[in-house]
Design a protein around this ligand. Structure first.
Ligand code: ARG
Length: 278
C-alpha cells in the first residue's frame, strides 16, 4: 500500500437527464416508496437542477429528455437505456407504471441517429442494473432485470457480462449497491449480494472501496464518477472519507426529495458512452 493516493484522472462525460417536472410518489414498487407521504415537486426540481449544474460546472455535457406527464419516475433516466460505443439497448421495465418510459428513450436515441438502437425482449432496467467497468458490464438481477436479459445485453452491445445477484429488497437495483469509480475501480455494499456474487466481486475487485451499512442506506452507492470526482449523496460521509483516502474527490449532493422514490444521483444520470475514434 502506498502512502500517497494515486492522482486520479477525470475524463469528460456525456449524460442524459430528465427534469422531475412530474415527479411524485403515487405507487410503491420498492420499499422506499410511500404514496401516503407528501412530496414537494418544486424542491425535487430545485435539487435536481443543482445536480445538473454541478455536472456542467465540472465540465460535463448534459442533454435533456423531455419529461412526460403521468410518468412520475421518469427523472430516473438511468433506467431507460444502456449505451456503450454509441450502441444503445433500450430498457424493458418490470412494472407497468414505468413501461411508457422506454419508448420515450427509444425515440430520443433514434431521432439523434445513434448507430444501433436495440429494443429488448427481456425485462432489463438498463443502468439501474447494468454498470459498465472498463469493457465489462456488471449486470444485476434478483429484483428487476431478468437474468435472461444478460445474454441479450452481451449480444446487443458486444461486451463481456458478469451476472451479480441482489438479495436485499432495499437494494433492488445494482446501482443502489455498487458504483463504478474508474475503468478498474468500484465501491459496493457487501450485504446486498448473494454469497456467490460477493465472492465474484472480491475476486474481480480485491481493492474495492467497501461501504458500511449507514452509507449504503443513505444511498451512498448511488454515485456517479468521472474518474476523479465522485458525485454522491452528501449524507454518505463515511464513504466520502474512504474515497478521499483512495485519491478520489467526493462531491456531496442533496437529492433528499428524490430519495422518497428510492433514487438518487446515479438514478438521475444515464451515461452516453461514445465510440472511441482511433
Ligand atoms: N421509483 C423508481 C423505481 O423503483 C426508482 C428508480 C431508481 N433508479 C435507479 N437507477 N436505481 O423504479
Amino acid at each position: 500500500m502506498s502512502q500517497r493516493p494515486a492522482v486520479r484522472q477525470a475524463t469528460h462525460r456525456h449524460y442524459l437527464m430528465c427534469r422531475p417536472t412530474h415527479f411524485d410518489v403515487t405507487y410503491a414498487i420498492n420499499p422506499w416508496m410511500d404514496p401516503g407521504k407528501p412530496v414537494d415537486t418544486d424542491l425535487a426540481i430545485e435539487q435536481w437542477e443543482g445536480l445538473r449544474r454541478l455536472y456542467e460546472e465540472y465540465g460535463h455535457t448534459v442533454d435533456l429528455l423531455e419529461p412526460v406527464a403521468g410518468l412520475p419516475d421518469m427523472v430516473f433516466s438511468a433506467n431507460g437505456a444502456t449505451v456503450v460505443d454509441d450502441r444503445v439497448l433500450i430498457a424493458r421495465f418490470r412494472h407497468p407504471q414505468r413501461a411508457a418510459e422506454a419508448p420515450a428513450h427509444q425515440e430520443w436515441f433514434t431521432s439523434r441517429g445513434y448507430r444501433e438502437v436495440h429494443s429488448a425482449t427481456y425485462v432489463n432496467e438498463a443502468e439501474g442494473d447494468y454498470m459498465v467497468v472498463g469493457r465489462t458490464v456488471l449486470a444485476g438481477t434478483g429484483f428487476r432485470t431478468d437474468p435472461r436479459a444478460h445474454a441479450e445485453l452481451r449480444e446487443a452491445l458486444g461486451c463481456p457480462v458478469v451476472t451479480l445477484t441482489l438479495t436485499d429488497p432495499r437494494f433492488y437495483h445494482l446501482d443502489t449497491a455498487l458504483a463504478v469509480l474508474s475503468d478498474t475501480d468500484v465501491m459496493y455494499y457487501p450485504d446486498a449480494f448473494s454469497p456467490d456474487s460477493l465472492a465474484t466481486l472480491r475476486e474481480l475487485f480485491p481493492d474495492a472501496v467497501v461501504a458500511a451499512r449507514a452509507d449504503a442506506e443513505a444511498f451512498g452507492l448511488n454515485a456517479v464518477s468521472d474518474g476523479r470526482h465522485v458525485f454522491l449523496p452528501d449524507t454518505a460521509t463515511g464513504l466520502a472519507a474512504r474515497l478521499r483516502r483512495r485519491g478520489f474527490e467526493p462531491v456531496g449532493v442533496d437529492l433528499s426529495e428524490l430519495l422518497k422514490a428510492g433514487g438518487s444521483v446515479k438514478c438521475c444520470t444515464l451515461e452516453i458512452r461514445h465510440q472511441a475514434h482511433a
